[in-house]
Design a protein around this ligand. Structure first.
Ligand SMILES: Nc1ncnc2c1ncn2[C@@H]1O[C@H](COP(=O)(O)OP(=O)(O)OP(=O)(O)O)[C@@H](O)[C@H]1O
Length: 368
């Protein structure tokens, strides 16, 4: 992927690489077998110090993708690399390769082709075994550098634990035993998120929603992560305090150099906080660009429809505004001219076939 324009806090070194990740949920058997392709082949990088916004309507697979990245779900296919290491991988395409090779063994008479098919089966089986092994083991040192902030601070904090106990849990799991060290670290992190040491002996119900989210952020920060996944971190909060939490996350990225994958359905928040934005639709990424480019020149019809739904604080504009509903164009022949996720201007990617690329190039004023 090309090096896009990044916020000055960010560097062009990827901290996370998501490579053609698929996460499918299977249920039922035989004729009742159902497969939900929650994430169906998504690729992107997150750079150091960058805030990457992931946006899309409910059900498009944002949460599933975040959970796959942090290893709550195993990918069905593709792989996730974090801090330069492969941390999980799926093997559906290896199974597919084996099935295809077996067909060749059954039908071909050409000995060379048969030899190649046998070799492919051997290699694919080896890959499957390697990936299963990878998914089983957990490199705690690497994975501790990735933490999650949840949508609902009330549901994610144990009501019977004090703030100190909640925040210190990660330290204890990491093997820190000295009480003074724990107290010092908890107090430091409370300060980082805008709370004070006196808060540490209270219980979650004694705090407002915004403060609880700060506690959730402190809990994530205590073991010095380099990457945070913030899944709808403000959508359960009052509008009046949403901005405070957003500003806090932005500050953390500048002060601590942390990268953030910010998942949201609300484009106005994404626009404000993100360096780059990925737009998801039904398990696929349909557009990815630096935030300013995406908002200046949205190309994919789904991105356009999402943008048309962002309210502006201008009543005249609001009255005139037409909301476009996105209906995928059923007249386009994607079999003859298949869609690819391709770069149309530096750092700006769109899911399109060649006919659509021509149209989009015109919109951008490029010579076609
Ligand atoms: N554990 C699961 N088992 C089966 N299907 C699932 C599971 N989790 C999610 N799904 C399905 O996968 C699709 C994507 O869901 P996901 O929660 O990732 O979307 P989302 O964009 O995060 O939506 P929301 O904002 O509502 O959480 C949906 O159709 C959902 O019903």
């Amino acid at each position: 992927m090309n090096n896009p324009t990044l916020n000055e806090a960010a560097s062009a070194e990827p901290i996370l690489r998501v490579k053609n990740v698929k996460t499918h949920f299977k249920s039922g058997v035989g004729a009742n077998k159902l497969v939900v392709k929650a994430v169906d082949g998504v690729s992107f990088d997150v750079f150091r110090g960058e805030i990457f916004g992931l946006v899309g309507e409910s059900g498009c697979g944002k949460t599933t993708l975040g959970r796959t990245i942090i290893r709550l779900y195993e990918p069905t296919d593709g792989s996730v690399e974090f801090l330069g290491q492969e941390v999980s991988a799926g093997y559906e395409s290896d199974h597919e390769a084996i099935r295809e090779a077996k067909k060749i063994l059954k039908t071909e008479s050409d000995p060379e082709k048969k030899r190649q098919a046998s070799e492919l089966i051997r290699k694919s089986r080896k890959e499957i075994a390697r990936k299963k092994q990878l998914n089983k083991k957990r490199n705690t040192e690497v994975m501790n550098k990735m933490q999650m902030i949840f949508q609902d601070p009330i549901a994610s904090l144990d009501p019977r634990m004090t703030v100190k106990e909640i925040i210190a849990e990660g330290l204890r799991i990491a093997g820190v035993k000295k009480e003074e060290e724990i107290i010092r670290k908890v107090n430091d992190v409370l300060e980082t998120v805008g709370l004070v040491p006196e808060h540490s002996n209270r219980y979650p119900h004694e705090f407002s929603g915004g403060q609880r989210q700060r506690i959730g952020i402190a809990r994530a920060l205590i073991i010095n992560p380099e990457f945070l996944i913030a899944d709808e971190p403000i959508s359960a909060l009052d509008v009046s305090i949403q901005a405070q939490v957003i500003n806090l996350l932005n500050e953390l990225r500048h002060k601590l150099g942390i990268s953030i994958l910010f998942v949201a359905h609300d484009l106005s928040v994404i626009k404000y906080i993100s360096d780059r934005v990925g737009v998801m639709y039904f398990g696929n990424m349909v557009e990815l660009a630096p935030a300013d480019k995406l908002f200046a020149n949205p190309l994919h019809p789904y991105t356009r429809s999402l943008l048309s739904a962002v309210p502006l604080p201008d009543p005249n504009y609001e009255r005139r505004r037409k909301r476009v509903r996105y209906k995928p164009d059923t007249t386009v022949d994607y079999v003859a001219d298949p869609q690819k996720f391709q770069e149309i201007e530096p750092g700006h990617f769109v899911l399109a076939n060649e006919a659509e690329m021509k149209k989009y190039r015109k919109i951008l004023g490029q010579n076609v």
